[in-house]
Write a protein that binds this ligand. Sequence first.
Ligand code: CDP
Length: 218
Amino acid sequence: MIITVDGPAAAGKGTISDYLSKKYKLAYFDTGMVYRAVGLQMVLIGEDLSNKDAALKIAQNMTFPQMMELSIHPDFRSDIGSHAASVISVYPEVRTALLKMQQNFALNPVFADGTPANGVIYDGRDTGTVICPQADLKLFVTASTEVRAERRHKEFLQKGIITTYQKVLDDMIARDERDCNRSAAPLKPADDAVIIDTSNLDIEAVLAYIIPLVEAKI
Ligand code: CDP
């Protein structure tokens, strides 16, 4: 069983994916991590984000262990890491270099401790359109920009990251714009995706809608 969950930032993809991965014993791949890892590595070595060749070199050499190591850095999920990921993910060559690493995950799905999983759940922007077009179930989760910015602002405050709602909103608009308008793998639902707008739904309502869709595929 392969499920893809795509959509813009803070739409609820992570919460949905985490829940479904536990309930159905699916190995979870948060594909945003690969772009965050490349972007953060650029920042850490002081490379300008406009240097496409440098980003490509890092992408070509990116491994799972290096990605996991970078993921514990405080800027991995901060606005710095988010911005860097958003900029380098526009480069088509960088996306191509990171493609196989993401696709191979579904060949032998295992959990972090090595135990076999019943399948895979991918979370990202292009997992239903590019990474895994053959997925059994494709979800496209979205919400209004204001609602998403509010959720992300709250998350930052809970983590002790001091920022303003306006800054989170502005960053989100800029990232959406880059994700939707890039030439390679723009953010859009797959033709056969189920689109879910979570603006006015809490997580229980979203899951109550999705679970029957998953059960129908089992
Ligand atoms: O958690 P959030 O939704 O804010 O971001 P993320 O999923 O960690 O992704 C970080 C950035 O990586 C996004 O803003 C996208 O620009 C890029 N990304 C992408 O291009 N393709 C993916 N499959 C996943 C992420």
